[in-house]
Design a protein around this ligand. Structure first.
Ligand code: UFG
Length: 322
């Protein structure tokens, strides 16, 4: 297969591109490098510089069998401060990409959606037919694209899949998180362990959870990438299918910190601060549908493995210029 990966210079996109190449597919990346890194695009994938909005012109003359669409703005706090950016990048950009797909020969699309579409869940683990009530513009923008894909599958016969990731972490083949600024718990805790930042603030310890801190379902980036390969293989023409991707086990912020201390052998300087706006107390996935229909199951499920792989790559990159 010849596969287009939008956002393939980013954290998850680069791992998806890498796994596709290892699986023997041909890969082209479309990325504007606004948050991605050219050197994260795996060897063997060709990089086309540009926004998804301009996919039709940037990729004119190219033909693909399938596309994996990860290019997006993805910071919850930024989306609250600048909702127009999320509408323009994520919703309008995806619309333009869909308009270009026919001309590029693409009949299968796998889209990077998020647990943020569910907002504050009524119950956990969360199944795909749980109510979608996003509590921030980031989640709303991803939900709008999920709905766009359902309509497009019906209209044009596109085979479409939305993968709703829970908390992606870890690293694969030297590809780890390199966000600037970094906002995610695992890399921040590892940076504290490495002495790259002085301390970590726990955003609230008064949630209705066993230790008072938020509980999340952490999933290894290579397992996430694997699900994209399975989704490409199982997508059906004229159908849009949604899958939640997680391990089905929740860990609190304090449990993640303890895992980082165990893996790195260093104690972290930790303080407790106020809650971060828009953080649900507990987000844990039911991935039963992905297991059943895609034959997918996570192979790197332990928190130690996820944290350990992220640590290895961060430590290797230490001292490099951002
Ligand atoms: N946290 C801290 N201190 C930090 C950073 C995070 O206490 O310095 C806490 C957060 O409050 C949260 C947990 O650690 O409870 C995980 O936070 P992350 O920022 O790592 O991840 P989120 O759960 O906020 O975000 C993830 C995805 C988003 C997605 C969101 C849906 O990364 O893309 O889930 O809620 F939108």
């Amino acid at each position: 297969m010849r596969v287009l990966v939008t956002g393939g210079a980013g954290y998850i996109g680069s791992v998806v591109a890498k796994r596709l190449l290892e699986h023997g597919e041909e890969v082209a990346v479309l990325d504007d490098l606004s948050t991605g890194h050219a050197d994260a695009v795996p060897e063997g994938a060709e990089l086309h510089l540009g926004r998804v909005h301009d996919a039709g012109s940037v990729l004119a003359g190219c033909r693909f069998d399938a596309a994996v669409h990860l290019a997006a703005a993805s910071l919850v706090a930024e989306s609250i401060a600048d909702p127009a950016k999320y509408e323009e990048n994520n919703v309008v950009g995806s619309r333009r990409l869909l308009e270009a797909l026919g001309g590029l020969g693409v009949g299968v699309l796998v889209f990077s959606s998020t647990a943020a579409v569910y907002g504050e869940p009524e119950s956990v683990p969360i199944e795909e037919d749980a109510p979608t009530r996003p509590v921030n513009p980031y989640g709303a923008s991803k939900l709008a694209v999920d709905e766009m894909l359902a309509a497009e599958a019906e209209r044009s016969g596109l085979a479409a899949v939305s993968l709703r990731y829970f908390n992606v972490a870890g690293a694969y083949a030297g590809l780890g998180e390199r966000h600037h600024p970094e906002t995610h718990l695992v890399p921040i805790a590892l940076e504290v362990a490495l002495g790259l930042r002085p301390s970590l603030v726990v955003y609230g310890d008064d949630y209705p959870t066993p230790d008072g801190t938020c509980v999340r379902d952490y999933i290894h980036v290579a397992d996430i990438a694997e699900a994209h390969l399975a989704a490409l293989a199982h997508a059906e023409a004229g159908r849009h299918r949604v899958y939640n991707l997680g391990n089905g086990t929740g860990f609190s912020v304090l449990e993640v910190i303890a895992a980082v201390e165990r893996v790195t052998g260093r104690m972290l300087e930790v303080t407790v601060g106020p809650r971060r706006p828009g953080d649900p107390a507990v987000l844990v996935a039911s991935s039963a549908r992905a297991r059943l229909e895609l034959g997918w199951s996570p192979r790197r499920a332990s928190l130690e493995r996820i944290v350990g792989d992220a640590f290895e790559v961060l430590e290797a990159r230490r001292g490099e210029q951002p």
